[in-house]
Design a protein around this ligand. Structure first.
Ligand SMILES: Nc1ncnc2c1ncn2[C@@H]1O[C@H](COP(=O)(O)OP(=O)(O)OP(=O)(O)O)[C@@H](O)[C@H]1O
Ligand SMILES: [Mg+2]
Length: 247
């Protein structure tokens, strides 16, 4: 679905991506893990077109999209979670989700009211709100919500784009652990053919979610395999997992 070939990125003398050859299969449930500063967020920025690579290429279903602008990649089905500051903070959860769905359907923009009256938009927004267990907050404005609930709204917006590839950079950060299962459940109910790549430091979530794990260290792929293979990898344990898996 999504592939990189010899992807490199330098910030001056700092090499943040080194010859990364990576494949995200159709329908993947894939986790990208590694120490702070390993280059995980940068890698997602290269996949989405936020940053241009220094060398190498990004392929979407075999087609070279390395030079494609960010907005065009979104249209081709590569979605990432919105940053919280991209939510319309003065509008309600329901209104925000309607805007995302409307944009995808091409009926969005400034016609919020008109879009919000369309039955198909309302139905889909209600389904997404339900999926993320945001029903009780549907009519509250974003600024009134705790941080963790705001993050769930971000996921609802990304899903409103009906992506083929969903990239999640620490989606559980700031969500109380008692609520992080809502996130996993929502991801579990996604259509099987959506490829999901998640960056996450919570190993509990990673090992519950992932069918495949890539370990990034200093911008290079250090190891890749099934969760069982990664958990059993002594070098991975010493550089990153350490005691996270022992307890
Ligand atoms: N725009 C930039 N200019 C210069 N250096 C940058 C830039 N963005 C990131 N870096 C550096 O690149 C390295 C990789 O950063 P990145 O944010 O990709 O790491 P990460 O693996 O996502 O870390 P974390 O787990 O802490 O989120 C870090 O040393 C960071 O300081
Ligand atoms: Mg990061």
């Amino acid at each position: 679905m999504l592939e990189t070939k010899g992807l490199c990125k330098n910030f001056g003398a700092l090499e943040v991506a080194r010859e990364v050859n990576f494949r995200l299969e159709r329908g993947a449930r894939h986790a990208l893990i590694g120490p702070n500063g390993a280059g995980k967020t940068t890698f997602i920025n290269l996949l989405t077109g936020v940053l241009p690579p220094s060398r190498g290429s990004v392929l979407l279903e075999g087609e070279d999209v390395t030079l494609l602008a960010q907005a065009r990649r979104v249209k081709r089905g590569i979605a990432r979670t919105f940053q919280i500051n991209q939510l319309f903070r003065g509008l309600t959860v329901q209104e925000n989700v309607c805007i995302a769905v409307s944009e995808r359907l091409g009926v969005g923009g400034s016609m919020l009211r008109a879009a919000g009256r369309r039955a198909d938009v309302l139905d889909e927004a209600a389904r997404l709100i339900d999926m993320l267990k945001l029903g009780q907050d549907a009519d509250r404005r974003i600024i009134e919500l705790p941080y963790g609930r705001q993050r769930l709204v971000e996921i609802a917006l990304a899903l409103g784009l009906q992506p083929r590839v969903l990239l999640l950079d620490e989606p559980a950060a700031g969500i109380p652990s008692a609520e992080s299962h809502i996130l996993l459940d929502a991801i579990a109910t996604l259509p099987k053919d959506i490829a999901v790549l998640i960056i996450e430091h919570d190993m509990d979530l990673v090992f519950r979610f992932a069918e495949r794990i890539t370990v990034l260290v200093s911008g290079a792929i250090f190891a890749e395999g099934t969760p069982a293979e990664i958990a059993a990898n002594r070098e991975v344990r010493s550089v990153y997992l350490g005691s996270a898996l022992d307890g």
